[in-house]
Write a protein that binds this ligand. Structure first.
Ligand code: SF4
Length: 423
């Protein structure tokens, strides 16, 4: 019986399978290979217990045949929802749309190709580059592994971090060699590239990748996606983007104005607005999609209604409901670290705001997108656990006070809503 031959088989498979282990190549900021960027454990690809690095791998077949990828594919084909992909399955179980489901929808022909041949060996359709930890910001939910600037802060504050990883991420990337080769040999199959960081818009390797794709004349069939803080918007990048099939910018914001600038340290709200305006002014020359991504966390949860309200001014220019992302790591920044009363208050206020603004979202431009993101926000609310997490709350307070003292800030100047936690 074929893989999708029985409806029970199909159901099992559909609840587990993801295209990414078949069709993508994905890299951590330290230039090691991973399955995807969506796991809470790093998603590392290992062989004999060791990480595989860009500089040490000669061909992509070493990755495709690695123990990690082979066993993950086997699990998925058997309909087993392995712990490796727990972050996706958890989102689905709480009613949200997972990254797995997003990619299943995006590569909808993948399932039928897999149906014909469960040993499918296709070219790379999707490249996922977390291009180093070189970033211009020092966000509170980040680590030196993703922003090198945080290394000094973490050392001063005595926070644990993997300094070997962060040094590798700082210098471990180079374009010449496997990346250049990957692009050349997969230029026929390549459809999508995701650039994250660090801040990809400041990254020189990223510029070389774009230039190569333009030079070999395949840019027009490639979609680019970025996770960017939009504190910079270099002109050469805008010019290169005009050659691509589409450009999707996921702007990382944790709130508006002071809320964002506090959580995303070194951010300047007015600069982001200026770059957003510049970007939108190129909409005729660039096939541009724009959305906001926000970490649903202890700092911002009580101002989410204000943030949603503020964002409504951008309708109809852009979709105005952010894609909210539940934070697992560090666990003390999870909303669960707040007191029971604050959690109840946050849920009640967000639910009330959604109810009061239902008509606005239904009549907004991009209403389908906005309503889908509202559902994701509601799924984050469902993940809040109404118990006391005393230990995490203490860690949240201590972490915040240490960073505040180094940065000459006071959390309560920005988030007086959290006074009960910090008195
Ligand atoms: S199921 Fe989720 S975690 Fe697993 S590979 Fe796909 S996107 Fe990544």
């Amino acid at each position: 019986m074929g893989l999708f031959g029985e409806s029970d088989d199909l159901k099992k498979l559909n609840s587990a399978v993801c295209p990414l282990p078949w069709i993508s190549a994905s890299f951590n900021t330290d230039a090691s290979f991973r399955v995807c960027c969506n796991t809470s454990h790093g998603g590392l690809i290992t062989s004999q217990g060791k990480k595989l690095y860009l500089a040490e791998v000669n061909s992509l077949n070493e990755i495709k045949n690695s123990e990690t990828v082979v066993s993950l594919k086997n699990d998925m084909l058997a309909g087993i929802r392995s712990d490796f992909c727990k972050s996706c399955y958890d989102v689905e179980d709480s009613g949200g749309m997972s990254i797995r489901q997003y990619y299943l929808k995006k590569y909808k022909n993948f399932s039928s190709e897999l149906n014909k041949n469960s040993h499918l060996n296709v070219g790379i359709k999707f490249l996922d580059f977390s291009l180093s930890n070189n970033c211009n910001l020092k966000c509170r939910m980040c680590t030196p592994g993703a922003s090198y600037l945080l290394s000094e802060d973490f050392k001063k504050a005595g926070f644990n971090f993997d300094s070997e990883y962060s040094e590798k991420a700082h210098v471990g990337w180079k374009y010449e060699g496997l990346i250049e080769e990957l692009i050349k040999t997969n230029s026929d199959s390549l459809e999508d590239i995701l650039f994250t960081g660090g801040e990809p818009l400041t990254n020189q390797i990223h510029l070389k990748v774009l230039s190569q794709l333009v030079a070999i004349d395949v840019a027009k069939k490639i979609n680019l996606t970025y996770h960017s803080n939009l504190m910079v918007l270099p002109k050469p990048i805008i010019e290169l983007w005009k050659n691509f099939k589409s450009v999707e910018v996921h702007l990382s914001l944790e709130g508006h104005e002071q809320y964002n600038d506090y959580i995303r340290h070194n951010s300047r709200w007015n600069k982001i607005l200026e770059n957003l305006d510049t970007l939108l002014s190129h909409k005729k020359a660039i096939n541009l999609w724009f959305e906001i991504h926000t970490v649903f966390q202890a700092y911002n949860v009580l101002v989410i209604p204000k943030f949603l309200n503020y964002l409504q001014r951008f309708n109809p220019k852009i979709p105005v409901v952010p894609h909210f992302i539940w934070i697992d790591n560090p666990s003390f920044l999870s909303v669960n670290s707040l007191s029971l009363d604050l959690k109840k208050q946050a849920v009640a206020e967000i639910e009330r705001f959604i109810e009061d603004n239902r008509a606005f979202y239904q009549n907004s431009k991009y209403y389908e997108f906005n309503l889908e993101k509202i559902e994701i926000l509601k799924s984050c609310l469902k993940r809040i656990v109404f118990e006391d997490f005393k230990q995490e709350q203490l860690q949240f307070v201590s972490y915040t006070r240490k960073l505040d003292s180094m940065r000459n800030q006071n959390v309560l100047d920005v988030f007086p809503e959290l006074s009960e936690v910090f008195i």
